[in-house]
Unconditional design. Structure first.
Length: 116
């Protein structure tokens, strides 16, 4: 299950960027939630956790890596869509949408290469 270095590097950078962006987005949303950001917060938390888990599973070449990549891609896509709806509220939300969109695509490509 060893991945080619450029793909692994691109994928891991995209995932780590999504983990950082979701953390920043959740922090801002919690401080400024007037009730309409609850869904966004949940999607961000899921995407961040799954990107982190996928990165760990890939690093140790786990037999569960494909499933984690697929779950990460799905969660990051949902997070990006939710954040896109609130992009105008704060820069961190827009950065999160962009980072999660990139992570979703990177995870999807790597998962497909792994036969998922």
């Amino acid at each position: 299950m060893t991945l080619a270095a450029p793909t692994t590097q691109h994928w891991s950078e995209a995932c780590l960027a999504a983990v950082r962006a979701t953390t920043e987005c959740v922090d801002w949303c919690i401080q400024n939630n007037d009730g309409d950001l609850t869904g966004c917060i949940r999607y961000c938390m899921d995407a961040g956790d799954l990107c982190d888990a996928a990165a760990r599973l890939i690093a140790r070449e786990s037999v569960h890596a494909r499933e984690a990549l697929t779950a990460c891609a799905d969660a990051a896509k949902r997070c990006a869509a939710s954040c896109e709806e609130h992009r105008d509220r704060h820069a961190s939300i827009g950065r999160c949408a962009d980072a999660c969109r990139a992570a979703a695509e990177a995870c999807r490509v790597v998962a497909e290469r792994q036969g998922a």
